[in-house]
Design a protein around this ligand. Structure first.
Ligand code: 5CA
Ligand code: ZN
Length: 479
């Protein structure tokens, strides 16, 4: 039995990732605009399946899908002071229509709080209209100045799922933050991506928010990637856009808002985290092809093998399994390589030996193990394996994240760990900006924030100043 290897996957992750996007024909980053990539058919199919999970979870919680315009007039965009400050240097502007200079510049949305603002003002009248829970899945544009990376830091974010909600009370907005975090946890659980939830520090929250809770995951190179965020916006945008409702006692009150977003980073994480040196390993619920059938031809048996493969194919398709028969004129070895790279979870081989025993050989992509299965048991075994594979890759991903999350108890240990440069480091912290900032200055770690809604061991003393600590702080090298 061959073992699934993860050498290149972790040691040369950047190259591994580019190779997979390229060779598995997922995403072509050669488009001649910086930070823009092309979803190819196989990548598009993966994206579609991920979005199906996203939509079904949001819909089941009562969100309604909408579609806002891409263009935001400058005066609207500038209404919320903190928001503009945070985003202004990242905005692409449309300044001309044909030859004519526009009177009012139009922003390509970097996110849509300021687009939905004036509409919520029109849509919300009374307390009975609340809460409102909308979302859209669209392209957004950010003139990213840090090095761009395919799918991970792009300038056209093609798969930006942004939710916008409005509530009558602060308490209800707080409940919504929890519901949003629950929704995202479910989405990530469905696709087996491990996460930790960190409340970002004041100086790193979303522009215009009261506070930000981020979902972070550790990538194969040990660096942390933010794969989603939930923000409580308080009444900042409601005041800027004059979004009010009539209370039960006939008073006008500003609404309370939240917003939360994820992007194609989720797909990048899915591809990266489950992979190995041979390429992707797709969760069965996401895999565009769940079972690939490969004939092992042998002189005199070609027709019988072909016939059996076709029978298995139609049986699987009939039962709703996304199966495909690879009858191309290339060697079985090349086919194995080809579909392993593409992460197909299950491979069925049919050769002369199998025919003699009225069985097939089934190979799992995750463990690379192979087994012989009776012809009559194929469908049953395929269904079992899909569950086993999901469980296996999910628990492997979670334990990998836990192995790469470490505690540092004194400042030297922290610095040594920072130099090793993998994963998340947890320390006790007094809660002061000064101390967190010192760590960022002395190391190349960045503050992720404090664990959100988690049971933690009681902190003892601040790793920097030695005074009594009230918080845990998480740090990591980040994307
Ligand atoms: N309006 C809020 C919630 S929708 C918002 O824009 N939040 S955000 O700025 O944090 O973006 C949401 C998520 O999008 C981030 O957590 C991150 O996972 C992803 N994201 C942000 N910028 C990029 C980018 N340039 N490329 C890919 N994904 C990105
Ligand atoms: Zn301190």
């Amino acid at each position: 039995m061959s073992l699934s290897m993860r050498e290149k996957w972790s040691k040369e992750f950047g190259e591994w990732f580019r190779d997979v996007l390229d060779e598995a024909e997922i995403y072509d980053y050669r488009y001649p605009v910086k930070g823009c990539g092309v979803w190819m058919p196989y990548g598009f199919a993966i994206r579609k399946n991920v979005l199906e999970v996203v939509r079904s979870i949001l819909d089941s919680l009562g969100h309604e899908e909408i579609l806002l315009p891409l263009l935001i007039p400058e005066d609207l965009f500038k209404k919320e002071a903190e928001h503009v400050k945070g985003f202004e240097r990242q905005v692409f502007w449309v300044t001309k229509g044909g030859e004519t200079e526009l009177d009012v510049k139009l922003a390509l949305r970097p996110t849509s709080e300021t687009a939905i603002g004036p509409m919520l003002k029109l849509w919300i009248k009374a307390h009975s209209d609340l809460p409102k829970k909308y979302y859209q899945i669209v392209s957004t544009f950010r003139y990213e100045t840090e090095a761009t990376k395919p799918m991970i830091r792009v300038r056209e974010i093609t798969t930006f799922k942004e939710a916008h909600t409005a509530h009558a009370t602060f308490e209800d907005s707080e409940r919504q933050v929890k519901e949003a975090a629950e929704a995202y946890s479910r989405i990530f659980d469905e696709i087996g991506i491990p996460y930790m939830r960190n409340k970002r520090p004041e100086w790193d929250k979303f522009a215009g928010a009261l506070y930000t809770v981020a979902f972070d995951t550790i990538m194969p190179d040990g660096r942390v990637m933010q794969i989603g965020t939930v923000h409580n916006l308080g009444q900042n945008f409601a005041k800027a856009f004059d979004i009010k409702y009539l209370t039960i006692d006939g008073k006008q009150e500003y609404v309370w808002q939240t917003c939360y977003g994820i992007s194609e980073r989720v797909i990048a994480a899915l591809i990266a985290i489950h992979g190995d040196d041979r390429g992707m390993i797709l969760p069965p619920n996401i895999a565009p092809i769940q079972v690939i059938i490969v004939p092992i031809p042998y002189k005199g048996f070609e027709e019988a093998v072909d016939k059996t493969c076709k029978e298995i194919l139609s049986k699987l398709l009939e039962k709703g399994v996304r199966a495909k028969y690879d009858d191309r004129e290339i060697t079985p070895g090349n086919k194995f390589y080809y579909w392993e790279k593409r992460g197909v979870p299950i491979r069925i081989e049919v050769g002369p030996e199998d025919l003699k025993m009225n069985s097939v050989t089934i190979a799992r992509r995750d463990t690379l193990s192979r087994e012989r299965v009776e012809m009559t048991e194929v469908l049953k075994r395929v269904n079992e394996l899909m569950v086993e594979i999901m469980e296996y890759i999910k628990s492997r991903a979670w334990s990998w994240m836990k192995q790469n999350t470490r505690k540092a108890t004194d400042y030297n240990e922290l610095k040594n760990m920072a130099e090793m440069g993998r994963g998340v480091i947890e320390v006790d912290w007094c809660g002061r900006f000064k101390c967190a900032h010192k760590i960022e200055e002395d190391t190349d770690l960045r503050v992720l924030g404090e664990p959100w809604n988690e049971d933690i061991e009681p902190p003892v003393k601040c790793i920097v100043c030695g005074e009594s600590a009230c918080k845990k702080l998480r740090l990591a090298k980040t994307y």
